[in-house]
Ligand binder design. Sequence first.
Ligand code: NAI
Length: 402
Amino acid sequence: MSAIKALLLENIHPVAQSYLENQGIHVERLDKSLEEEALLERLQGFHLLGIRSKTYLSETFFEKAKGLLAVGAFCIGTNQVALEAASRCGIAVFNAPFSNTRSVAEMVMAEIVMLARRLGERVIQMNKGQWRKISTGAHEVRGKTIALIGYGHIGSQVGVLAEAFGMRVVFYDIATKLPMGNNQAKPSLLDALSEAHYVSLHVPETPLTKGMIGQAQLKAMRQGSYLINASRGSVVDIEALTQALQGGHLAGAAVDVFPEEPAANASDGFVSPLQNLPNVILTPHIGGSTDEAQVNIGTEVAVALSKYLKFGSTATSVNFPQVDLAPTPEAYRVLNIHKNVPGVLRDVNRIVSEQHANILAQVLATNADMGYLLMDLDKAVNGNVCDAMKGLPDTLVARALY
Ligand code: NAI
């Protein structure tokens, strides 16, 4: 892959560069993002682009980015990328949505203990010179029940850690989930809320989860229980939570995410009704922000890009159908990305048979915009097959891989 070149923007973790270089890819790095025109200019001759959250890739960008094969979004979300346009242009996009799972889970566990021992208040008091050696309102977490609302990557990881702390774990998820350890599924949200000393939210932002924890749900929680939200700000009605805390129904809360969050770091200006309440821990959306998560993101996306280039694997792509064909021994591999219209496979198979090659393996997957085909052939005619496929009217990209 010596001819392949990657441009990494926005100070992507160096682990990504090392990995790609070890795969024989030439890498150039910039520590900043570029505006569209400047990026298109700089990108000439590059096949891979790595970005983080500050580089916007529009529909026109993809239409003009000739020669670009794939984009690695070295971050969690891909709102900054025009994904449908990328698909239409045959450009695969990869991200790393679950690289910071452990980081969030560890912070949630830390907050549970902090709330139980009212550590936030003690720290503030000590900094003011106030010595308060108090046991009232301080608890162990062992033997207490935690309810996890949303039992996906993060929720289930918190379940494992909480059980190691000696907690009883129940969870509620709209999907049927295999419980980890002795974690126990509950049939409804209210069932889970009503028996927990701690409730921790781990659902995505969807129409169903918007305002999912409001006045009624807070009321259903036990007197003196605690709420932790490190999911999305829209999930909790902040006014209702403020009232539940002020009225003493909840004994504390830890909130990492807010309905409106500042776009950049600032030394002042953040306002929330939850500020300055007793035993409330507020953090600036840092649940997933660790060095380890950055390393994981760098590695995961670099591996996905390299597997796509080498083997045509689209596993974890956010805009391509997922295809991951195990290599067939002694085969020659070719890929074809095409518009999702009838008859493409027939034309491709005709080309293969005209080359007197045999198909050893073939996988086709489609989504609304495109079809993705991987084929292993028994003869080194993949270059000829590829050239002929490029001539088909609906082909977006055809590539001989090896
Ligand atoms: P995931 O997709 O692995 O799990 C989400 C789970 O929620 C799934 O099991 C899903 O079935 C369930 N779910 C969806 N709608 C539901 C509903 N209405 N009721 C009950 N369960 C429902 O996601 P993951 O990685 O565990 O992330 C969870 C949340 O954490 C997301 O909102 C994500 O944005 C947030 N997050 C926050 C970070 C931070 O820095 N604070 C960092 C990373 C993620």
